[in-house]
Write a protein that binds this ligand. Structure first.
Ligand code: ADP
Ligand code: MG
Ligand code: ZN
Length: 666
């Protein structure tokens, strides 16, 4: 049964126009600042924190989207301390709640967690303390010091435990149910990447406890995920931004996802698997010997091969040890499964698997190799100094989330993507199922990001997320437009990038591909690149014979000649024609694999209708351009920048970070 639209805090709010929660003048302003300073040593708010605290303190329904490591926990921990009752924090993983409860207790705060391994006696005691004075009528007020300020539970607890719900009901009636917090709230949405069905039980909260405000926090939630979240929770679907929060709406805070300590760069990926592995090992050893990192790959098989490759690598011996992530994933998964099944065995008996995770945390294993999708949620290691993408992520949102696992402690960290144009076909094959329902656009966005050699990475992210949120408020646009000064594109000497006119090679390539397709040829992107460069005498495989038959294009008559760019440049050009819709992808699926073949798209006709003679005499009606690295120069410059610049910049950044946050507990 769908929850009713919340009657909501509207009655408690001024009926007037909008409120600006980002401004400091509220009755609790001094108190929250003092609490932050005294208990956490935090003297300066991070973007989004203060506004979100103000809005939730005011009893509003709040969604806070702040980057990983952005300080989402303080948003509910501080208000929890200042209220007489208990805040209930719904968290997807026991490891996450254990970390938080441990941290809070070390600061002398009454925090508890209830999960499958908690004994009945403990649960009983915790619930009694949640009820506090309401449970034991007439007790002196000083006993409220023992009232549990924060109780962490899994969604399964709300879904399945009647006693727990009854306790909440009593607290609610006594006015002691301060707020519900949904951590990692994107788990609520089937459209999110970590959907957890048990989160659906949370739709009950607004029905049973309409007056208790909800605060949902997450690091990644594009517009569609946010509205899905709101629908499930039964919160007002109309949203307004924290700086202009309108009564009756859900107040949304989104801080810039930009993290100044992360240095983004895209590096060329050699074409053979071994050479790509060598390049990664070299890069890690050169920049991060002894550091902790993550390598993201596209498939389990890739992860396994890379792990074995690193551990057997001559240069890596004694310096770099890798572990395949599925172990680590299983630790986290097994906890969730144990939770779901109401058993505690997996949580305790998985010592072996736990050890892999622990070894990574204490640096006996340096790098965890993981598939893009699976190793993410629950990674709470703050010292990750680098995240390497062995292949591009499937979307910029995924990329932002995955690379955001680096540098959670605020110290400089590297986010490096190894990229070659030919990887795009593999990516689209993997996103094949969703390709025509949004997957294509997402993929081409991230491809453009990887291909961009001029625009600051931070600016590229900002533009993307500003569009995704469909609101310029979601981003501080002024700030978003200023380059980071740290990424590869900011540090690259502009002379290393040259914009070349590719009208002629593009014309030739499209004519040749069109001729091959007209004769039922099939061409993957690398095959097309070979064909248009005249390799194999213009031969290609044909569809009927499943690769055995060969067709032939006479490149001279069809296109006036072959494409004379290098292999890499030709692949890059074909990719650009693809993302610019001159080419399109056609998928052939078998039971075991999906292959992406290139085909001319209708837009190509504008170009291919010209005969070679017409083209020779008049040229294309449009100019096609592509940015290429001017190699010799680039290599020299890049080496120079690697040698001195990053350290200097990192030092500067670190100093700035210290100035920004005089916090000592980081
Ligand atoms: P996330 O947003 O990923 O949940 P956390 O809440 O775990 O991030 O916070 C990450 C770290 O940043 C914690 O160690 C926290 O104490 C610290 N932190 C949070 N807010 C601030 C702040 N305003 N200044 C300094 N440190 C902060
Ligand atoms: Mg968190
Ligand atoms: Zn930059």
């Amino acid at each position: 049964q769908a929850p009713k639209e919340a009657p909501q805090a509207a009655t408690r709010l001024p009926p007037a126009s909008s409120v600006d929660y980002t401004k400091s003048a509220f009755p609790w302003t001094a108190e929250i600042a003092k609490t932050a300073k005294d208990i956490w040593g935090v003297r300066k708010w991070r973007p989004g924190q203060e506004g979100a605290i103000n809005a939730t303190m005011a009893g509003r329904e709040v969604v806070a989207i702040l980057p990983t490591g952005g300080g989402k926990s303080l948003i509910f921990q501080i208000p929890a301390l200042l209220a007489p009752g208990t805040s209930v924090i719904v968290t997807p993983l026991i490891s996450l709640m254990a970390d938080q409860v441990h941290g809070l207790r070390s600061r002398g705060i009454q925090a508890e967690m209830i999960h499958a391994s908690t004994s009945q006696a403990e649960i009983k005691d915790i619930m009694a303390r949640m009820l506090g004075s309401a449970g034991a009528k007439g007790k002196a007020k000083k006993n409220t010091a023992e009232v549990v300020k924060l109780v962490y539970v899994t969604p399964e607890r709300i879904e399945k435990s009647k006693t727990f719900t009854n306790t909440l009901q009593k607290m609610y009636d006594a006015g002691l149910l301060t707020r519900f917090v949904i951590d990692e709230a994107h788990c609520l949405s089937t459209m999110g990447h970590d959907y957890r069905p048990s989160f659906l039980a949370l739709q009950r909260l607004k029905v049973l406890f309409p007056e208790t405000p909800i605060l949902a926090v997450t690091a990644t939630a594009p517009q569609n995920v946010v509205s899905d979240m709101l629908k499930t929770l039964g919160l007002p679907r109309k949203t307004s931004q924290g700086a202009a929060a309108v009564p009756g709406t859900t107040v949304v805070f989104s801080a810039p996802l930009y993290r100044p300590n992360l240095r983004y760069q895209v590096l060329p990926k050699p074409s053979s698997a071994q050479a790509a592995l060598d390049a990664i090992v070299d890069w890690i050893l050169e920049h991060h010997t002894g550091d902790t990192g993550i390598i993201y790959t596209l498939s389990r098989a890739d992860s396994e091969n890379i792990t074995k490759g690193i551990n057997a690598h001559e240069k890596a011996k004694g310096k770099l040890k890798a572990a395949f992530c599925e172990f680590a994933i299983r630790i986290l998964e097994s906890r969730v499964i144990a939770e779901l099944q109401g058993t505690d065995h997996a949580y305790i008996d998985d010592a072996d698997k736990q050890r892999v995770h622990d070894h990574w945390r204490d640096k006996r294993i340096h790098v965890v190799v993981a598939t893009n999708a699976s190793f993410g949620l629950g990674i709470d290691n703050p010292n990750v100094r680098y995240v390497v993408h062995h292949s591009l992520a499937k979307s910029l949102a995924n990329f932002q989330q995955e690379s955001g696992r680096a540098g959670r402690d605020g110290a400089p960290a590297d986010c490096v993507t190894f990229w070659r144009a030919a990887d795009a076909s593999r990516l689209s094959s993997l996103t094949y199922e969703t390709f025509h329902s949004g997957g294509k656009e997402k993929l081409y966005e991230v491809v453009r990001f990887a291909e961009d050699k001029k625009t600051c990475r931070k600016v590229l992210f900002a533009r993307y997320f500003a569009n995704a949120y469909d609101s310029s408020d979601a981003y501080d646009v002024k700030d978003a437009d200023s380059p980071c000064g740290l990424c590869d594109n900011c540090q690259r000497d502009p002379e290393c990038v040259s914009t070349v006119d590719i009208s002629e090679p593009a014309y030739r390539a499209l004519r040749i591909i069109e001729a091959a397709i007209a004769q039922r040829g099939t061409l993957t992107l690398p095959q097309a690149a070979d064909l248009v460069r005249g390799l194999g005498g213009g031969t290609y495989s044909t569809q009927e014979a499943k690769g055995k038959g060969k067709g032939k294009v006479d490149v001279k008559t069809v296109a006036g000649g072959k494409v004379t760019l290098s292999k890499d440049e030709t692949e890059q050009m074909l990719l650009q024609l693809l993302v610019d819709s001159y080419l399109k992808e056609d998928f052939h699926a078998t039971a075991y694999s999906v292959t992406s073949y290139l085909q001319p798209a209708s837009k190509a006709l504008r170009i291919t209708r010209l005969s070679p003679d017409d083209f020779a005499s008049t040229g294309l009606p449009i100019t096609l351009e592509m940015d290429v690295l001017v190699k010799s120069n680039a290599r020299k410059k890049r080496k120079a920048s690697v040698d001195d610049k990053p350290e200097a910049v990192a030092r500067k950044k670190a100093k700035k970070a210290v100035e920004l946050e005089v916090s000592s507990d980081l």
